[in-house]
Design a protein around this ligand. Structure first.
Ligand code: 5AD
Ligand code: SF4
Length: 396
């Protein structure tokens, strides 16, 4: 199974390479390899993340060549004659970005958190939750399995805000993963000092997933007691400046949030130089102060995806697990047909995954990873999407 199309390097200028994909040319930043024209690489998010042998590249390209064009036809057919908001968004996505869909792996390595966000099951006051931490060796091995065996080209390393992972541990983790199992490393470790993030960039991380949660300052202060909304936004901006690809966004359906808040949140996400929009519905957790509230209707999230797509035709928009949790049968498909073009597959070992209980009954909580990959790829093919990432981060 392959999740990316290998590209052939056709030109090199300093650390930017031009890569050819079936005649289409893209640029990607090369921070990690000595490359020459004629080499084959994988790019993710505009970065060269892996070099690949000519033999492997040719094998993969042979599979893709036919399939890719067949999938494009299905996608085109489904995007024609749009009638409502979501169909229009889908047709915008098809026209602007084609049928490629990022499929990233996510590894949840610790469910400890020093914070007490009102909406989250990992909040420190939830004494009902059994807590776990994976040590660095275990994290490196799991990442290696995801990259080598499952073929992911991008991995999100996620945890609560857990200071047990100090600077040394985090740097060691990133350096060892980068060396052993090259992939785009995306950090989702919460609010840590920008200087630490800068060191992790040097160690080889290139993406940060950090939601601003809500752009409404009063609501933010209520939902995240003791936290300053401006500090979070400033951190996201600083990390963008430092060169990180930014994935950010917000929660939909927090108690007290308005439609106007949501529209502003779409704009705020775009204004932060976001590489990938990440927003999803709030799902109440029984062991939190928001236990008595309800989730928003699934339609609200689908319409938000559609609006975000129409307002930002060229963006990547993640279809989140929380959307899928609201409708386990059809949530993912509906999100992809409303303008979404990215998704994540959980690669956390099942025993731990169950304990990453941000909200109850998460989609894929107990799934076998290989089966989950198989069913996701099947779904993508059925709607004409290529589970791939061809380095769209930098346009030629
Ligand atoms: N429902 C949906 N999403 C949640 N998150 C935390 N708690 C919930 C919940 N109850 C999201 C937050 C956080 C991400 C890791 O999980 O947006 O940034
Ligand atoms: Fe911790 Fe993040 Fe949950 Fe807040 S949302 S309690 S910071 S894991």
């Amino acid at each position: 199974m392959c999740y990316a199309i290998p590209g052939k390097v056709v030109d090199i200028k300093d650390n930017v390479v031009t890569v050819d994909y079936f005649g289409e040319r893209r640029k990607a930043k090369n921070d990690f390899y000595e490359l020459s024209a004629g080499d084959y690489i994988y790019a993710q998010g505009g970065f060269v993340v892996q070099r690949v042998s000519r033999r492997e590249a040719e094998e993969v390209l042979k599979i893709w060549e036919e399939l890719f064009f067949k999938l494009q036809q299905t996608d085109l057919r489904l995007a024609q004659k749009p009638k409502d908001l979501r169909q229009i968004a889908n047709s915008v996505r098809q026209k602007e970005l084609g049928n490629s869909c990022c499929v990233h792996g996510i590894l949840e390595f610790s469910n400890h958190c020093r914070n007490d966000c009102l909406y989250c099951g990992l909040r420190k006051s939830n004494s009902f939750l059994a807590r776990y931490r994976m040590d660095v060796d275990e994290i490196v091995d799991t990442a290696d399995f995801a990259v080598r065996e499952l073929k992911f080209k991008a991995l999100v390393l996620q945890s609560g805000e857990d200071l047990w992972y100090d600077e040394d541990k985090l740097i060691e983790m990133v350096e060892r993963i980068r060396k052993k199992s090259p992939a785009l490393i995306i950090l989702s470790i919460g609010e840590r000092p920008p200087e630490l993030y800068e060191k992790l960039y040097k160690a080889g991380a290139r993406g940060v997933l950090l939601r601003f949660e809500t752009g409404n300052p009063a609501l933010y202060r209520k939902m995240r007691p003791g936290h300053d909304p401006k500090a979070r936004i400033d951190l996201i901006k600083r990390l963008h400046k430092a060169g990180y690809l930014i994935m950010t966004g917000f929660l939909i359906g927090l108690p007290g949030q308005t439609q106007e808040d949501l529209l502003k949140d779409i704009r705020l996400t775009a204004s932060l130089g976001t590489e990938m929009f990440s927003f999803g519905p709030f799902i109440p957790h029984p062991q939190t102060p928001l236990a008595g509230f309800s989730s928003p209707l699934i339609e609200e999230t689908l319409d938000t995806i559609a609006r975000a797509r129409i307002m930002n035709p060229e963006s990547r928009i993640l279809v989140t697990t929380s959307l899928e949790t609201l409708d386990k049968e059809n949530g993912l498909k509906q999100g992809l047909l409303a303008g979404g073009n990215s998704l994540m597959i959980n690669v956390t070992p099942a025993g731990y995954r169950r304990l990453y209980d941000i909200y109850p009954d998460r989609a894929g909580k107990d799934a076998d990873i290989k089966e989950r990959i198989g069913s996701t790829v099947k779904l993508l093919y059925s709607i004409g999407r290529a589970p791939t990432d061809i380095g769209l981060g930098i346009q030629p």
